[in-house]
Every structure is written in structure tokens, then in C-alpha cells.
Design a protein around this ligand. Structure first.
Ligand code: IPE
Ligand code: MG
Length: 223
């Protein structure tokens, strides 16, 4: 969800104004998922690198996340979305983590859309945390070194119960991955679009998902 800051600057407003506007777009995209044929949606809300921003912006984002969960939890639940969070919760405010846990529990039996929110998430951080737990299991004799494979390693990732992404959409004209689902998106298709996140609407999302359907995926093999 990139481009909130530039969207606000273009209007001569503070960056947090852009984050608010971006927040309002999230539910529209969640609710477009069934029509777009999307069962699993992952949104990148805050990266492990975003702590480098000013204290005002970080605090504003954290308070936005709290208020957003409080305000949207019912709607998202009534829509039938199952919500999960990925990322490192240890550094997050305890009150925010409590709200995240509550939302996961509230929605745990929903199946219409699986929504994953990446919050304090970084692909490298995730692999490092996974490797630590894997090493602990090896040291404890629960897993043999020979059993560390492409199939078993993902069990230690935050996304262990989720499928790999088929399509990754990055808004705001930047053509980079920025530490998002590094392991999981090895064979993902990418769309880098110029639209700033607060301008990203249902129609564009559905159009991108439809055009994904025409792509020829070979996973390094032949047709
Ligand atoms: C939103 O966009 C991403 C978040 C960290 C919430 P940005 O804040 O990166 O916006 P730009 O890139 O400065 O326009
Ligand atoms: Mg940005």
C-alpha cells in the first residue's frame, strides 16, 4: 500500500492525512475479493524498516492501526473475512497486540476471504526468526538436519498456514519488493502500477486480477 505520503504532499497536507485516506481504501479492496476471484489477500501495512520514519509518523501510524481495528473489526467480521497478522509482534504496543489477537479470534471461523495484514513485517526478519526456531527444534532433536528442506522450512514462517502469493501488486510507481514475502513470492507474478494507494479502487483491483488470469505461468518448466 505505497504512495500515501506523496498523495498527501500533492495536496499540501501532512503525511498522516495520506495514511488516513489510504486506510479508507482497505475495506473496498477486501470487499472486492470475491468478485475478483481472490481467496487470500495480504496487505503490507508496516515494515520492519518503517521504524526509521519520524516519531510523529510512527506514532500516528500505530494509533491509526489501533483505531482502525476498533472501528472496522465488526464490518470486516460481518463481511466474512478471516483476519491474520504476520510480522514480529514483540516490538509492538501491548494494547495494539491485544486488539490484533482479539480480531484473529473473532474472525477465526470465517472463510469468505482470508485477509492477512503484514504489520511490523520484513521478509528477512521473518526468515531469521523462522531459522532461530528451526535451529531450536534441531538442537532439541525434534528435527534432523536432513529434514530441513524447501517443504519443512516454510512451516516456521509466519505464513505457514497460507498459500504462496500468485500476484503481488505494488502501487505508487516503485518497482521494488522492499522485503515483502521474499521466500513466498519466488514465483509470484508482479504488477507495478503508478496509482498511489489512496487512489487505488475496486475497478483497478478487479482489472489487475483479471489480467493475471491471462498470464502464462511455467514455474521454470515448459508448458
Ligand atoms: C504507505 O505509503 C506505506 C506505509 C508505511 C503505511 P508511504 O508512507 O510509503 O508513502 P510515500 O511512499 O511516502 O508516498
Ligand atoms: Mg513509500
Amino acid at each position: 500500500m505505497d504512495g500515501n505520503g506523496r498523495w498527501a504532499s500533492q495536496r499540501g497536507r501532512p503525511r498522516l492525512f495520506g495514511h488516513h485516506a489510504g486506510g479508507k481504501r482497505v475495506r473496498e479492496v477486501i470487499e472486492a475479493c470475491p468478485d475478483a476471484g481472490v481467496e487470500y489477500l495480504t496487505i503490507f501495512a508496516f515494515s520492519t524498516e518503517n521504524w526509521k520514519r519520524t516519531q510523529v509518523e510512527v506514532a500516528g501510524l500505530m494509533s491509526l492501526f489501533r483505531r482502525y481495528i476498533l472501528k472496522e473489526a465488526r464490518e470486516v467480521h460481518n463481511f466474512g473475512a478471516r483476519v491474520r497478522f504476520i510480522g514480529d509482534r514483540v516490538q509492538l504496543d501491548r494494547k495494539l497486540v491485544a486488539l490484533m489477537d482479539e480480531l484473529e479470534t473473532l474472525t477465526e471461523n470465517n472463510t469468505r476471504v482470508h485477509l492477512t495484514v503484514a504489520l511490523n513485517y520484513g521478509g528477512r526478519d521473518e526468515v531469521a526468526r523462522a531459522t532461530k526456531r528451526l535451529a531450536e527444534d534441531v538442537a532439541a532433536g525434534k528435527l534432523k538436519p536432513d529434514e530441513v528442506t524447501e517443504e519443512t522450512l516454510p512451516n516456521y514462517l509466519d505464513t505457514c498456514v497460507l498459500p504462496d502469493p500468485d500476484l503481488v501488486i505494488r502501487t505508487s510507481g516503485e518497482a521494488r519488493i522492499s522485503n515483502f514475502l521474499l521466500w513466498q513470492s519466488a514465483y509470484a507474478e508482479y504488477e507495478f502500477i503508478d496509482t498511489l494507494w489512496p487512489d487505488f479502487k475496486r475497478d483497478e483491483f478487479i482489472r489487475l486480477c483479471q489480467s493475471y488470469g491471462n498470464r502464462d505461468r511455467r514455474y521454470g518448466g515448459l508448458k
